[in-house]
Design a protein around this ligand. Structure first.
Ligand code: GDG
Length: 477
C-alpha cells in the first residue's frame, strides 16, 4: 500500500492533544500509512528572498512533518493578501470585502510553486496526495508541471460561491483550470458542489462524463460533496476529562440562577457574530422575562489580525456588546459576556454542556464544526437546543436544529425564545436525531469516503491494515 501525503497551509502535530478533530483523523490515517504532512512552518523570515524558503523535516513517530518557511513578502501576498483578502471573502459571497490587488495573486502563485518545488523531491511514485483548502488550489497544477502523476485530491473547507460571484474573481478561469489538475475535488455540501459544476460548465465548457465526473481541459475530474464531521468519540472523551468537568461545574454554579446561551467562533466577519448580538438584544427587548435571566457567553478567538476587515469586526463587536450591557445590564447581571481569547480545547465541552442554547449564526460557512461539537457535548437526559444558520453547510445535514436566517434579527430573536422555551421531550428527540447523524457522519467517515474516491485500492489497503491492527490489539499476546 502507498503512503498518504497531506498538504495544508498549516500542519498540526497529530501527537498533540490540542490539535483538534481534523488533525486527529488525518493523523490516524497518516500513522496507518506512515505518511507525510507538508505545509508552511508558520515562520516569517524578514529580508528573505521571494519564492524561496527553507525546508524543515521532523519525525513524529511514523509521520514525517515537512514545513517550509516564508519570507515576509510571500507571506503578505500569499496568505494575508490572496488567500485571506481575496479568496476567503469572495468564496463567502463578500465581494465588498475582497481586495483584488494583482500583486497578491503573483505571491499566491509564487508560494504554490515554492511548495511544489520543495514537495516533489519528497514524493514517492505510489504516494496518494491530499491537498487541503483555498490556499493551495494551484498546487496540483504545479506538481503536474513538475512531472508528478500520483493521484492528487483536493478538499475545499470553505463554501463554493455561485458562478456569478466566483466570476467576479479576476483569476476565476485560471482557478477553475487549476482545479482540473486534481483527480478528485471535494466540497462540504451539495449546494457547493452544484455551484462548482455550474461554473465549470458555463465558464470552462466542462461536460459530464459519468456519475460525479466532469471532463474539461483534456482531464477527467471526480467532483463530489463530502460533508466533514468531528471526532465524536474524541470529543466525548474530552467531555469526561477533568478540565471539561471543572469548566462545566464552575459555569453552572456561577450561572445557577441564569439560562446560558453560548457562541464559540474564530472572530471572523463570516460568522454572523454582530447579528447574533443584535438578535439577543432583540430577545431581551421583546421578551422581557429573559432580563436578569438569559446570559450570552460569546467566545471569539483572535484570528487573522493582520487583515484589515478583522480589526473592523472586532471594533464593531466591542461597541455592540458594550451598548447591550450598558443599556440592559445592572449590578447583578451582565447580559453578554464577550471573551476575545482562545479558550483551551479541553474546557470547551464543559462550556457547551453548561449552555441550554448553542447559537450558530454564520452569514456563510462551509460546514461549521462548532454546531456538531455543541450537540456532542450535551447531556442526553437534559440536552440543550441548537439554533443554526441556514447558510452553513451543517444545516444541510442537521435538520433537527432550529434554523435561522441571521439577517432576520427579529426572526432569530423569536427562534432563540422558542429554544429557551422548548419542552424536555422535544429537546431530547431533536438531540437524539442530531447526535445519531453527527456520529454516523464523523470525521473518520469523511476521511475514508474521500480517500476511497481518490484511490479505492489505497482506501481498501488502509481499512485492511486498520482491521489487522485492531485484531492484534484484541488478541492475547
Ligand atoms: C473552516 C471552515 C469548516 C473556536 N474557538 C475556539 C476554538 N475553536 C474551534 C472550534 C472548532 C473550530 O475552532 C472552528 O471550526 P469551524 O468549522 O466552526 O470554523 P472554521 O475555523 O472557520 O473552519 C468551516 C471547517 O473549516 C472544517 O472543514 O467547518 O466551515 O470555515 O473546532 O472548537 N478552539 C479552542 N478555543 C477557542 O476559543 N480551543
Amino acid at each position: 500500500m502507498g503512503r498518504l501525503v497531506v498538504v495544508s497551509n498549516r500542519i498540526a502535530d497529530p501527537r498533540k492533544p490540542a490539535a483538534g478533530g481534523l488533525a486527529v483523523a488525518l493523523g490516524e490515517v497518516l500513522r496507518n500509512t506512515g505518511g507525510l504532512w507538508f505545509g508552511w512552518s508558520g515562520a516569517i523570515v524578514d529580508g528573505g528572498t521571494p519564492g524561496d524558503g527553507d525546508l524543515h523535516l521532523q519525525q513524529a513517530g511514523p509521520v514525517t512533518l515537512a514545513t517550509v518557511d516564508l519570507c515576509r513578502e510571500d507571506h503578505d501576498a500569499y496568505y494575508a493578501g490572496y488567500s485571506n483578502g481575496v479568496l476567503w471573502p469572495a468564496f463567502h459571497y463578500r465581494l465588498d470585502l475582497a481586495d483584488f490587488d494583482g500583486q497578491y495573486f503573483d505571491g499566491y502563485r509564487r508560494v504554490n510553486r515554492l511548495f511544489a518545488r520543495r514537495l516533489v523531491p519528497l514524493l514517492r511514485p505510489d504516494d496518494v496526495v491530499w491537498v487541503h483548502d483555498y490556499h493551495l488550489i494551484p498546487l496540483a497544477a504545479e506538481l503536474r508541471a513538475a512531472g508528478c502523476s500520483q493521484r492528487i485530491g483536493f478538499f475545499l473547507h470553505i463554501p463554493m460561491p455561485p458562478s456569478q460571484i466566483f466570476a467576479a474573481v479576476p483569476q476565476h478561469e485560471w482557478l477553475t483550470r487549476a482545479l482540473f489538475a486534481y483527480d478528485v475535488v471535494g466540497f462540504q455540501s451539495r449546494t457547493d458542489l452544484g455551484h462548482f459544476v455550474e461554473h465549470a460548465r458555463c465558464s470552462a465548457g466542462a461536460k459530464p462524463a459519468g456519475e460525479h465526473v466532469l471532463e474539461a481541459f483534456g482531464r477527467r475530474l471526480h467532483a463530489r460533496s463530502f460533508p466533514i464531521g468531528i471526532d465524536v468519540d474524541e470529543f466525548e472523551r474530552l467531555g469526561r476529562g477533568k478540565e471539561a468537568r471543572e469548566a462545566f461545574l464552575t459555569t453552572r454554579t456561577e450561572y445557577a440562577r441564569r439560562r446560558l446561551l453560548i457562541g464559540v467562533d474564530r472572530l471572523d466577519y463570516t460568522k454572523g457574530i454582530p447579528q447574533r448580538i443584535r438578535a439577543f438584544r432583540e430577545l431581551l427587548a421583546h421578551h422581557p422575562a429573559n432580563r436578569h435571566s438569559a446570559t450570552l457567553i460569546q467566545i471569539a478567538s483572535p484570528s487573522r489580525e493582520s487583515v484589515e476587515a478583522y480589526a473592523e469586526i472586532r471594533e464593531e463587536l466591542e461597541r455592540l456588546c458594550g451598548a447591550l450591557n450598558g443599556d440592559f445590564g445592572d449590578l447583578g447581571w451582565m447580559p453578554v459576556r464577550y471573551i476575545h481569547r482562545t479558550v483551551a480545547r479541553r474546557r470547551l465541552p464543559g462550556l457547551y454542556r453548561a449552555a441550554c442554547v448553542g447559537v450558530i449564526t454564520p452569514l456563510r460557512d462551509g460546514m461549521n464544526l462548532v454546531a456538531k461539537e455543541y450537540v456532542a457535548s450535551q447531556d442526553a437526559a437534559d440536552p440543550g437546543v441548537l439554533v443554526l444558520s441556514r447558510f452553513t453547510g451543517a444545516a444541510e445535514q442537521l435538520a433537527e436544529a432550529l434554523p435561522v436566517n441571521p439577517y432576520d434579527i427579529r426572526g432569530t430573536a423569536e427562534t432563540l425564545q422558542q429554544a429557551l422555551a422548548m419542552p424536555l421531550a422535544e429537546r431530547q428527540a431533536r438531540h437524539d436525531a442530531l447526535l445519531r447523524r453527527i456520529r454516523e457522519h464523523d470525521v473518520h467517515r469523511w476521511c475514508a469516503d474521500f480517500l476511497e474516491a481518490l484511490d479505492e485500492p489505497f482506501a481498501e489497503g488502509l481499512a485492511h491494515a486498520r482491521r489487522q491492527r485492531r485484531r492484534a490489539a484484541l488478541s492475547p499476546s
